[in-house]
Structures are given as C-alpha cells and as structure tokens.
Design a protein around this ligand. Structure first.
Ligand SMILES: [Zn+2]
Length: 159
C-alpha cells in the first residue's frame, strides 16, 4: 500500500487528505506536497493507515518547515494512532490546532465497538480531566467506555 496525498482548495484553506502509512516513503511525498501549500492548511488523518518512527521523523521536519513560514495548521479526524504520537511527541503536532479526534469506545455489556469523533467546541473536552459526555451503546443503550485511559488519551489538551 503506497501513499497518496490529495489537496483540495476550500474557502482559502488547503485541505490535505493523507491516505496510506506515514513511513519511510513519507519524506518524498511531503517534500512534493510542501510547495503546493498556502498559508492555511487542514490535515485530515482519517485515512492514515499506520505510523512508524521513520515517518514520524519526516513528519516532524515537515511541520518545522511549515512553522518557519508561519502557516496556520489544523489537524482533523486524528485517529488513535495519531493521538498517541501527539501525546508522546509534542513536535508531531507543533503549533497545529486540533479540530477533531477519534476515540475508540467499547460496550462492557454487549461488546459492541464504536469510533466516536470528538470535535472542538462540541464534545471534545477543554481539558484532559474534564470528563466526557456519556456515549450510549447503539445496540443495548448501556454507557460505553473509552478504550484508553481518558486523562492519558486527552493529555494533549493540557498543552
Ligand atoms: Zn452494548
């Protein structure tokens, strides 16, 4: 599975859809992407399949280049793997604003699993320990649990 990156211009923003892994191949793709980007950029991570350490290094360099040139950067639909990177390595996020992240929920009662999108200004908490709006299981209506420790998963909100 290779990498493909689509850029769509929308209301003065460059919407970047990254499809595939952030791995050793990412560097070439990101350097080709760089000259196509304007001052306001939204990265959508929904279709990032995996992230490895080689890719992380390329991504951090890419973010540094964007910061040097004062771009406004937004991350949206960050998957669990991206959230982990953001929490472990602050420079993965740099100065980007997080618009939305997915959280994996599981129902203790019936075992149903569901990815819930948390959006800033809506259901994304303002701080890691604020507490989440209860998520009901669509199958049995019991309250579902986040698979990760809530305060650890949302640690990036403290920054
Ligand atoms: Zn259930």
């Amino acid at each position: 599975m290779g990498i493909s990156i689509q850029v769509v211009q929308k209301n003065g923003w460059d919407q970047v859809n990254y499809v595939g892994p952030i791995d050793a191949e990412a560097e070439v793709h990101l350097s080709q992407l760089y000259p196509k980007l304007g001052g306001q950029i939204v990265f959508n991570f929904k279709n990032v399949s995996s992230v490895n350490s080689c890719g992380v290094r390329s991504w951090i360099n890419f973010m540094r280049d964007l910061q040097k040139t004062q771009r406004t950067v937004v991350f949206e639909e960050c998957t669990g793997e991206i959230v982990m990177q953001i929490n472990m390595i602050p420079s993965f996020k740099g100065t980007a604003n997080i618009r939305s992240v997915y959280g994996s929920f599981v129902c203790d009662k019936c075992g149903h699993e569901e990815d819930v999108l948390f959006e800033a200004g809506k259901n994304l908490p303002a701080t890691p320990d604020q507490g989440l709006t209860p998520v009901r299981c669509p199958q049995c209506k019991a309250e579902m649990q986040l698979e990760e420790m809530e305060e650890e998963y949302f640690a990036f909100l403290a920054a």
